[in-house]
Design a protein around this ligand. Structure first.
Ligand code: GUN
Length: 272
């Protein structure tokens, strides 16, 4: 259990890992993610500071706040919840996070390290999905994998991480022609398209492993994934529900990334 390791590290190093989370604006989805991150931190023994800013915050104010957290020796991880308000250049803010505190794995140097197969902090959702596949005993090597979606947060790093595990990977997206023909080939299908119930049973191969990353809100306020769960579950060998599938694994990975950043910092300080 990560929480017992964290308790041991805290005793050894004399301080607990500390994650700072910044959220700007009132998006209800983002606010609930940030609350879940604070809950998981408490359960793991990680100190959590959540900083809520109005949607009107300027890019300069946001970058100044990040800089002060970068300079704070008591902070091990910094997460800026996305999406940011439209007037802010997310890339500039993400790039202002100190590389060694980038628990999201979104800093350009972390992204480059992932794509060059060098040691890096991997993004939380793909890391959680690989962990889930391994825990479910799914062999990745040699499998035909299809990732639907090409975002920087999920689709692109997911494709790369499956490739690094020797899957044969196709990245499909909103402009893909005859999506069903592509997804039907998949032995491992990861869907991160942000389109409710996009994937129907006739688009899925018998026995496929289906990972649903979508979190969509239906008009009646319920959450649903990108996969038509009930119909696809009848064909899939493994399938993740929404909610309760990938989401908790993402948060688990965030806790792991935070502890790893903390340990690297503690060992660097000790080695000085
Ligand atoms: N918004 C949706 N997913 C994520 C994530 O993994 N990290 C951050 N910072 N924002 C997100």
């Amino acid at each position: 259990m990560l929480s017992s390791s964290v308790a041991q590290y805290a005793a050894q190093y004399g301080r607990t890992p500390h994650l700072a989370v910044i959220i700007a604006g009132d998006d209800e989805g983002s606010k609930s993610y940030v609350r879940a991150k604070a809950r998981a931190s408490a359960e793991t023994g990680i100190r959590n500071t959540t900083i809520e800013l109005p949607a009107t915050v300027s890019q300069q104010e946001l970058c100044d706040l990040v800089q002060s957290l970068n300079a704070d020796d008591d902070v091990d991880g910094i997460l800026v919840q996305l999406p940011l308000p439209e007037h802010i250049d997310s890339c500039a803010v993400i790039s202002s996070v100190a590389l060694e505190k980038d628990v999201d794995g979104f800093h350009p140097l972390n992204v480059a390290a992932l794509w060059q197969k060098r040691p890096c902090t991997p993004p939380c959702t793909p890391r959680g999905i690989i962990r889930l596949l391994d825990a479910a005993g799914v062999e990745i090597e040699g499998k035909r994998a299809v990732v639907v979606g090409r975002s920087n947060i999920v689709g692109m790093p997911m494709s790369k991480m499956l490739l690094d595990r020797n899957a044969t990977v196709t990245t499909a997206h909103s402009r893909t022609k005859d999506l069903g023909a592509i997804t039907s080939e998949a032995e491992i299908l990861v869907v991160a398209a942000g389109s409710p119930h996009l994937i129907k049973a006739d688009m899925v191969r018998d026995g496929a492993v289906v990972i649903d990353v979508g979190v969509n809100r239906t008009p009646d306020g319920h959450l649903c994934g990108d996969v038509d769960f009930d119909a696809v579950a009848a064909k899939a060998s493994v399938i993740t529900p929404v909610p309760g599938g990938v989401g908790p694994m993402t948060i688990c990975s965030l806790m792991e990334n935070t502890v790893e950043c903390y340990l690297k910092r503690m060992n660097n300080v000790a080695g000085k």
